[in-house]
Write a protein that binds this ligand. Structure first.
Ligand code: TYD
Length: 145
């Protein structure tokens, strides 16, 4: 059996963010590190102008946690823990997908004008990526021992 520390796809889910609605002026959603999300946000990046049919991601992180938000448009995130896959279609700016460490992700089906906003628990570190699926599976074996 996997250790508790080895997150599975069922430990990843969509969080509903606070929404402040003003009838004539639009909506505002809030992500507050340590409060609405279970980590402090150290880095924000976003994907945009992704050509139709393209796929992003295709990697896992050893330690990093992320929140993925469709700030505009829509796309599909597929999460994989080496045992099971789960697909999430993100199409609401107040939905944030929590991705735990050690989970392989791919993002595709980008709509025109989609903006994929990512809030991450740490700074960029290429050494922290698992970019080959075979390395990812070896890593999973190690953390599930
Ligand atoms: P990558 O994480 O591979 O993008 P995706 O998984 O969406 O396809 O990153 C693409 C490139 O951008 C890669 O050369 C690394 C660089 N990059 C940074 O320099 N800093 C960052 O914070 C991120 C996320 C990527």
């Amino acid at each position: 059996m996997p250790e508790k520390s080895a997150a599975r796809v069922h430990d990843c889910d969509i969080l509903e963010l606070d929404r402040h609605h003003s009838r004539r002026k639009g909506d505002l959603s809030v992500v507050s590190g340590g409060h609405t999300v279970p980590f402090d946000v150290r880095r924000v990046y976003y994907l945009y102008d992704v050509p139709g049919g393209e796929s992003r991601g295709g990697h896992a992180h050893r330690r990093l946690q992320q929140l993925i938000i469709a700030a505009a448009g829509s796309f599909t995130v597929t999460l994989d823990d080496g045992h099971l896959k789960r697909r999430f279609t993100l199409n609401r700016p107040y939905h944030a997908l929590l991705v735990r460490p050690g989970i392989w992700r791919t993002i595709d089906d980008f709509s025109s004008g989609a903006v994929c906003l990512v809030l991450a628990s740490d700074h960029y570190d290429e050494a922290e990526y698992l970019r080959r699926y075979s390395d990812f599976l070896s890593f999973r074996k190690e953390i599930e021992k």
